[in-house]
Design a protein around this ligand. Structure first.
Ligand SMILES: Cc1ncc(COP(=O)(O)O)c(C=O)c1O
Length: 471
């Protein structure tokens, strides 16, 4: 069934949208951005023109012109009498990105493949005859791979049996499976804001109601809010990234982890700990969180350490939970390809070497990005991060969405801060992944520095002041 967004919710999602003249085109652009980064999924019914006009304090003619512009670019379809609906992405933006030869895509924080990966594919391919003699996929994962994953947990001081590991097709598939099995309609899910948006989407799609707890790179987790949220809403699940949180890069202190663990226990909440970015330490070290809590569900993946194209992840959790997940899995996924599992099995013993190479790559990108930002955009606040994939940069005005729109026109593709928000907001922040090559990152910052003064100048002062008062 199609979903519907209310005028109020759309107005909130639009944030500081008045980036340029004419106003109707600025509104259309801001709605396009929501479509592009999936904050307005395809087949969402938009509010009636009159309602949106009232919510945004605009004339109905302006909203009608914005909707007309969106129809002209095939972002929405309007049917007389039944309103306007967003259209699927594939029908829009035909090839514009490819058409721009020097386009830079920083929408995804995906590091390039570990350089030795092609060699490992080759090695495994020499054993292809025995692999293709079998079914080639399975719902729980090969025993040898589950054992190897369990061994890595044991090395970290977390006693684990192969039976406590389920291999999935990447961590995203694991999140989706957990959401669909463990959540009932209107169950609460405690989640950080900002967060990894595809997790938030999966919990929402499964019927969960998200309860947001703020986290910042400088201050960490808002423990008062977390304790209140656990106590008041009794969430069924809490989805957390305690080590190199995506996108802030922040790691929980032992005190923070302790407060969260105790509040979760009192509320009867199952902790879902996503460690997909947890091994991405840049400056050495690394951290453990909840290591002595055996009842948490942990998620891992080779997507960020090795390559996003290797669709191998896993869940470590209590056996009865894994049994429920395995039983429910075939509806949307019959298992993880055995070829990829064999590649993963060959990679796991080499993880120390792989992670060291990854740290070097991320260090180069982070340092290039930090230096370029300090040189060209000194009014932005750039946090210090010791790991992860991105900088959660604070702008000196809540204009992340107009900035992203302006950058797109110059061939730089980014996601606005609001994409990572759980209940709106984060218009003052921009996620800048440092996974791309250093020269691309420097070019990206040059584009941002070029367009930022224009974005600031185009924003009506009164709206900026109003938004400032809210953040
Ligand atoms: C925190 C987090 N969890 C899970 C995923 C998905 O990982 P995978 O590629 O293994 O599905 C990502 C990918 O961006 C991520 O950042």
């Amino acid at each position: 069934m199609d979903s519907r967004i209310s005028a109020r919710a759309l107005a909130a999602a639009l944030g500081g949208w008045r980036s340029s003249e004419p106003v109707y085109e600025a509104l259309a652009d801001a709605i396009r951005l929501l479509c592009l980064d999936n904050r307005l999924p395809a087949h969402t019914a938009l509010p009636a023109e009159r309602e949106l006009a009232a919510a945004l304090d605009l004339s109905r003619t302006t909203v009608a012109a914005a909707y007309r512009s969106l129809r002209d670019t095939s972002h929405i379809r309007s049917v007389r009498g039944s309103g306007s609906v967003t259209l699927p992405l594939a029908r829009r933006d035909p090839g514009t990105r490819r058409a721009m030869a020097d386009a830079i895509d920083l929408q995804q924080a995906s590091p390039p493949a570990w350089p030795g990966l092609a060699g490992v594919f080759g090695e495994v391919a020499t054993r292809a005859a025995s692999l293709v003699a079998r079914s080639g996929y399975d719902v729980v994962g090969q025993r040898a791979l589950r054992e190897a994953v369990a061994e890595r947990y044991r090395e970290r001081g977390i006693p684990t049996d192969a039976d406590e590991v389920l291999i999935t097709s990447g961590a995203q598939s694991a999140i989706h499976l957990i959401a669909s099995v463990m959540l009932g309609r209107a169950d609460r899910v405690l989640i950080e804001t900002p967060t990894y948006p595809h997790a938030a989407d999966a919990f929402r799609q499964a019927g969960g109601r998200l309860v947001a707890v703020p986290v910042t790179t400088e201050e960490g987790w808002d423990l008062d809010r977390a304790e209140q949220a656990f106590a008041r809403t009794l969430p069924v699940l809490a989805y957390l990234m305690p080590v190199f949180q995506n996108p802030t890069g922040r790691t929980m202190t032992p005190h923070e982890a302790d407060v969260v663990a105790r509040a979760a226990e009192r509320a009867g909440t199952v902790l879902v700990i996503d460690e997909t970015t947890g091994e991405l330490a840049i400056d050495g070290g690394g951290a453990e969180a909840f290591a002595d809590h055996d009842d948490v569900i942990r998620l891992g993946s080779l997507g960020k350490t090795v390559w996003g194209g290797l669709r191998v992840g896993w869940v470590r959790g209590p056996r009865e939970v894994l049994q429920r997940l395995a039983a429910a899995r075939p509806v949307h996924d019959l298992g993880t390809a055995e070829f990829e599992q064999a590649v993963a099995l060959a990679l796991l013993p080499r993880m120390t070497e792989i992670i060291a190479q990854r740290a070097g790559h991320l260090r180069t990108g982070r340092d290039a990005l930090v230096t370029a930002l300090a040189r060209t955009l000194p009014s932005w606040t750039v946090p210090t991060v010791e790991g992860g994939l991105s900088l959660w940069v604070e702008l000196d005005a809540p204009l992340s969405s107009p900035l992203v729109i302006a950058a797109r026109a110059r061939g730089l593709y980014l996601s606005a801060g609001a994409r990572f928000a759980v209940e709106g907001g984060h218009d003052r922040h921009l996620r800048l992944p440092f996974t791309a090559p250093a020269d691309e990152l420097v070019r990206a910052v040059d584009v941002l520095a070029d367009v930022w003064p224009g974005v600031l100048a185009a924003a009506p002062l009164s709206r900026l002041e109003r938004l400032d008062a809210l953040v």
